[in-house]
Design a binder for this molecule. Structure first.
Ligand SMILES: *[C@@H]1O[C@H](CO)[C@@H](O)[C@H](O)[C@H]1NC(C)=O
Ligand SMILES: *[C@@H]1O[C@H](CO)[C@@H](O)[C@H](O)[C@H]1NC(C)=O
Ligand SMILES: *[C@@H]1O[C@H](CO)[C@@H](O)[C@H](O)[C@H]1NC(C)=O
Length: 493
């Protein structure tokens, strides 16, 4: 069975050994943190004095080792660097096409938070940002910045409404900068190994976005950096009605049940950690601005984490509920450590794994179809999916890629590269391979169903046969079914 095979792989493979090692370290660290939190609450008289001013706190956050890594989630544009995409430079291997899933860039909080008008969600000016703005102004009529291309997004705003202001759930200008940077970094990587990229016309490119401004605007900014400008202005952008990009395989009732099992196990874990629950509640009370949100969301560590990012990623001081309850460094560190740990536990949860397999089935099928189109030499050669953290999380889990908090950061990416093996001439369709990269790191070896891996230097390639076989024969064995319909009708009691 898939699930047990994978847990053995964790012990076998060197890449995953590292992940396990990291996990163990993290567990110890979380334990220490939790002990620290208990200590803080149980012995208030021994608490260290806190800095009085909240704005000082941002400086200390950037200096603190525990909180420093949290900034990686923000993915600041000037810290984004080149990944290993397109790193296979050999005339024996031909890059034929690429599929990329992105998470949208930096956005405002999903809930009303305190002091939001004083937070600066803007970005530094850069050459690419300026040329992008000029391009968009040129593209549109009478300065009305809405999409003029064909398709369901016609008339959608193409840039965030404000340059500095953080709007609820909306992409920020910092988010635009991230995607521009990402697109141009990837273009630089692919330029030499994939000359076709600079000639791709609009019919050779396929783009899907969910119907949110933040994903649509992220897709545009990414494409501006990545594809020829002429093609961008003619491009049709398609809508995915689901966050999972399920295409023809949506409607799977059992996933609701599985999601409930996962939620139950998460709230059970929180009950088992009362100190964390208390810390979360206090933090949430200081963060959320309306009474309703303070009541319903303040106790949810994931909602609190998301709201914290609004402050942490925009260099803002942390808010206070009153003079006795301010959000402190240890609140941030505690909430992040705990939610990372919960995500890691979730990743080992069988129900979660099954849910991800079922939710990602449509996208997985679509990806394989795109791979086959690329191979058949009639395109499209580049497919972009502009989605959410859920999309990335579910697809990588379904593939068996180990959980990494950075997979869920703003402007995260998962790339699939399709290669033809030219080592022996006329080797045909059997000689097609693909490679998976998560945030620029080759994770092909982690993919659960890849049995035929070719290794060239640091590059790993998986036979396309493996993913085709997985999809056709083995996909539902872990859920006790042979097809999607039966798997979705499975009764758990
Ligand atoms: C904008 O349009 C003008 C006039 O059509 C052109 O000269 C200029 O190069 C365009 N700029 C961009 C960035 O496309
Ligand atoms: C796009 O490029 C392909 C290959 O170069 C060509 O066959 C096709 O006609 C082009 N399509 C358009 C609309 O220009
Ligand atoms: C699959 O079915 C077998 C036999 O019907 C049963 O013993 C097993 O527990 C089922 N597995 C799951 C994951 O439901």
């Amino acid at each position: 069975m898939k699930i047990s095979r994978m847990s053995f792989d964790v012990l076998k493979l060197p890449a995953q050994n590292k992940a396990l090692h990291c996990y163990l370290l993290m567990s110890v660290w979380i334990l220490l943190l939790i002990v620290g939190v208990y200590y803080k609450f149980l012995e208030p008289s021994r608490r260290l004095p806190e800095p009085a001013s909240t704005t000082e706190l941002f400086q200390s956050l950037t200096l603190d080792v525990k909180t420093k890594r949290i900034f990686k989630i923000c993915n600041f544009p000037d810290e984004m660097g080149e990944g290993d995409e397109g790193s296979l430079r050999s005339n024996k291997w031909l890059l034929k096409g690429v599929m990329i899933l992105i998470r949208h860039g930096d956005r405002g909080p999903l809930q009303h938070v305190k002091k939001i008008s004083s937070i600066n969600c803007g970005t530094e000016e850069s050459d690419i940002l300026n040329s992008y703005k000029t391009y968009l102004h040129n593209l549109t009529v009478f300065g009305k910045l809405s999409w003029v291309g064909p398709g369901p997004f016609h008339g959608f705003p193409i840039l965030p409404a404000h340059t500095r202001h953080c709007n609820l759930g909306q992409l920020t200008m910092k988010g635009v900068s991230q995607l521009l940077k990402l697109g141009s970094l990837l273009k630089r990587n692919y330029k030499y190994v994939w000359p076709k990229l600079e000639k791709l016309n609009d019919t050779e490119i396929l783009v899907y976005s969910t119907r949110y401004r933040r994903t649509f605007q992220s897709a545009l900014a990414f494409l501006y950096g990545f594809i020829p400008k002429d093609s961008l202005s003619k491009l049709g952008i398609y809508e995915s009605q689901s966050m999972s990009f399920c295409f023809k395989d949506c409607g799977c009732p059992v996933t609701d049940k599985l999601a409930k099992f996962v939620r139950d196990s998460i709230s059970y874990q929180l009950k088992a950690h009362p100190a964390v629950a208390l810390l979360t509640q206090q933090t949430g009370k200081a963060l959320f601005s309306s009474g309703a949100e303070q009541g319903s969301l303040a106790g949810d560590p994931h909602a609190v984490r998301d709201a914290l990012l609004t402050y942490v990623c925009h260099g803002s001081g942390l808010p206070c509920e009153n003079s006795n309850n301010c959000v402190r460094r240890q609140n941030v560190a505690g909430v992040f450590a705990y939610t990372d740990w919960v995500n890691h536990q979730k990743w080992r949860n069988t129900f979660w794994k099954r849910m991800c397999l079922l939710k990602s089935y449509g996208l997985m099928r679509h990806l394989v179809q795109q791979m086959l189109h690329v191979v058949s030499d009639n395109g499209p050669y580049f497919t972009l999916y502009s989605g959410h953290d859920h999309t990335v999380e579910q697809l990588t889990t379904a593939l068996g890629i180990s959980n990494d908090p950075l997979l869920l950061r703003y402007a995260a990416r998962v790339a699939f590269e399709v290669y033809q093996d030219n080592r022996e001439p006329m080797s045909g369709a059997k000689a097609i391979y693909f490679r998976v990269l998560a945030n620029g790191k080759d994770v092909t070896r982690q993919v659960a169903f890849c049995k035929n891996i070719a290794t060239i230097g640091k590059v790993n390639l998986c036979k396309i046969e493996d993913i085709v076989r997985f999809l056709h024969d083995d996909y539902f064995t872990g859920v006790n079914a042979t097809n999607y319909k039966d798997a979705c009708a499975y009764k758990y009691d």
